[in-house]
Design a protein around this ligand. Structure first.
Ligand SMILES: [Zn+2]
Length: 123
């Protein structure tokens, strides 16, 4: 592939990403259904989001972290960090948390391990 074609492809993809994020931001999240593993599926414009419910029986520290993680998914911005909203090459929207954010998946897994609570890993 030559450089001009690659540059054009990146431009088209960037424009797609901007349109997609604008459509997602413009829509309100609408609850769709519960799914196994304590999560909920939400639709927000063209995006489908899977957010964990805050487990009532979990230790307080884990409940607080899941609350931040869930809020970040549903609000498209994290209350715990200046997370970066991105679109993957496949067109999936996801929020990348800053390192060390209490709501980051890495922190949730670390907490689950330390507290002896199984955290289901989602793709
Ligand atoms: Zn965060």
């Amino acid at each position: 592939m030559n450089g001009r074609k690659a540059k054009e492809r990146r431009r088209v993809q960037r424009e797609r990403d901007v349109r997609l994020l604008a459509a997602v931001r413009a829509a309100e999240p609408v609850w769709e259904r519960d799914v196994p593993g304590g999560c909920e599926v939400w639709q927000r414009g063209p995006a489908v989001m899977v957010a964990p419910k805050v487990p009532a029986d979990a230790p307080e520290e884990l409940r607080a972290a899941v609350t931040v993680h869930r809020a970040a998914i549903l609000a498209l911005e994290c209350p715990g960090c200046a997370g970066d909203l991105r679109v993957t090459g496949a067109g999936s929207v996801f929020l990348r948390h800053e390192d060390g954010c209490v709501g980051s998946p890495a922190h949730l897994f670390e907490l689950g391990e330390r507290l002896g609570v199984e955290i289901e890993r989602r793709a």
